[in-house]
Design a protein around this ligand. Structure first.
Ligand SMILES: [Ca+2]
Ligand SMILES: [Ca+2]
Ligand SMILES: [Ca+2]
Ligand SMILES: [Ca+2]
Length: 488
């Protein structure tokens, strides 16, 4: 072996030396070892063995890890047994089976068999002819195990309970007796426009329904079903005194779940379908209580503004309904800024605050004024002027929908007589003549009564002061001719 190893080193030259040196650095005896290494190197191209040694070390780690790893894998391995739990789930099926068995009168059969034993010994079915068991629900008598006894496979099974029905087998008849647990037998009646009173001691109160399909369930007190006669349109039933809750039921489906029309509180609204009959389940507080209910039909407006209900079904409840504005604590919404022109609030919510709102145009705080430049006017007064020398104080003339933002020139006339005059006016620049009448608040475009782009006739009233404002849109500046003709 070693000779082969040596020859190997000679052939391969430097590599084995390096290996040897490396081995020397670690072990004194290393070169012998390295000989073996070299030998290994031979096979070493199959170098795997040394690696295998490494793997051996790895195996050590593996040794440590296995417990953990194996444990993990072990768990996964245990997973299948878990699926065996699914088998447990099938136990549930077993339980179900047991339950079913319990439900069906198997148990009863067992009892019968144990208690009474066979009614008669038998070999054939004919031996049991004419025999009837004490419990007919347990099944007809048949020859089973040489004894005449009830046949459990033919025991009577009654339908399971529904919301309003419960069914049980009658042992003497072997038939299912079904009873209505949602009694719609009425005791009393409510009618439109009538205030109805009764005592909770009056006969007819029943146990409460367990649950309603509309509105919260009552608190478990006893209940009385009353007829609701003549319901039409929008209906309100208002429970008073000892009433804790109300539910309206469609009397064709007197079922608290599927036939519930409206309810939950002590007052309710609903829209009656023409020709349909309704009953009301009235929850009474307890014995010895006076109970009272008011019924109103064909409601068309919001009668109650603080009950949280939409009386007339127009989609708006209480104060949100205009019917309630100004009533029962519901404020009248502000629709105009007028009179609220200095509070910095857009009171009517139209996007314009105070003086910016046209509603405030006449408010003293917001009133536009005009400045009279030419006070000395008289009959036959005549001037050619330009508005460029005027003032831009007036913009919004009551008689002109177009804002006049240019400078204006204003003439004042105080009538010394009553009669018609003509104001001669012309302007090639697009200016207009505005007639304002003094109303006691000075010159203001708010008091404009007429406008003209040409001559203007005025029926003067003696003693009245008039203003004639020449104004234009935008930044219009231009010439105009102005003339007063007192004898047109
Ligand atoms: Ca309403
Ligand atoms: Ca209301
Ligand atoms: Ca305001
Ligand atoms: Ca406003």
């Amino acid at each position: 072996m070693s000779s082969r190893g040596t020859s190997s080193r000679l052939r391969s030259g430097k590599l084995p030396v390096g290996l040897c040196l490396a081995a020397l650095a670690l072990l004194t005896t290393g070169c012998f070892e390295s000989g073996r290494l070299g030998e290994g190197a031979l096979t070493g191209d199959t170098t795997v063995p040394p690696d295998a040694t490494d793997t051996a070390t790895a195996t050590d780690t593996t040794d440590t890890s296995p417990p953990t790893d194996t444990a993990d894998t072990g768990d996964t391995a245990t997973a299948p047994p878990d699926s065996a739990d699914t088998v447990d789930a099938s136990d549930t099926i077993d339980t179900a089976d047991t339950t079913v068995a319990a439900d069906t009168s198997d148990a009863r059969d067992a009892d019968t068999t144990t208690d009474t034993g066979p009614l008669r010994a038998c070999l054939t079915q004919g031996d049991c002819a004419g025999l009837v068991g004490e419990d007919r629900c347990a099944g007809p008598i048949a020859c089973i195990d040489y004894g005449c006894r009830p046949d459990p496979s033919r025991a009577v099974v009654c339908p399971g309970p529904t919301t309003c029905e419960a069914s049980t087998c009658n042992p003497s008849t072997g038939l299912c007796d079904t009873r209505n647990t949602c009694s719609c037998e009425t005791h009393g009646a409510l009618a439109c426009g009538v205030l109805t009173s009764w005592s909770s001691n009056d006969p007819g109160a029943i146990a409460t329904f367990p649950e309603f399909g509309c509105g919260p369930s009552p608190s478990g007190n006893r209940m009385r079903i009353v007829e609701l006669t003549g319901a039409s349109g929008r209906v309100r039933v208002d429970g008073q005194l000892g009433i804790l809750g109300l539910h309206v039921l469609d009397s064709d489906r007197c079922d608290p779940l599927t036939g519930c029309v409206a309810g939950g509180g002590t007052a309710l609204y609903f829209d009656a379908s023409p020709g349909k009959r309704y009953v009301v389940a009235v929850e009474e507080g307890g014995p010895n209580e006076q109970v009272r209910a008011q019924t109103t039909c064909n409601i068309t407006s919001e009668g109650r503004c603080q009950d949280g209900l939409d009386d007339d079904a127009d989609g708006k409840s209480d104060c949100a309904d205009t019917d309630c504005h100004g009533r029962e604590g519901c404020p009248v919404p502000i629709t105009q800024e007028t009179g609220r022109c200095t509070n910095l609030v857009d009171d009517d919510s139209d996007g314009a605050t105070d003086c910016a709102d046209p509603d405030c145009g006449d408010d003293r705080a917001c009133l536009e004024t005009c400045e009279v430049l030419t006070s000395s006017t008289y009959c036959n007064y005549k001037q050619g002027l330009s508005n460029g020398g005027g003032k831009a104080r007036s913009t919004h003339y009551a008689c002109n929908p177009v804002p006049q933002t240019a400078k204006e020139v204003v003439f004042e006339i105080t009538a010394g007589f009553s009669g018609r005059i003509r104001i001669g006016f012309q302007s090639a620049a697009g200016l207009a003549l505005h007639l304002l009448v003094e109303t006691g608040r000075g010159c203001t475009p708010r008091d404009c009564v007429a406008m003209s782009t040409g001559d203007l006739y005025i029926d003067l009233v003696e003693g009245t002061t008039y203003y004639l404002a020449v104004d234009g849109p935008g930044a219009t500046v231009g010439a105009f001719d102005f003339e007063i003709d007192c004898e047109p």
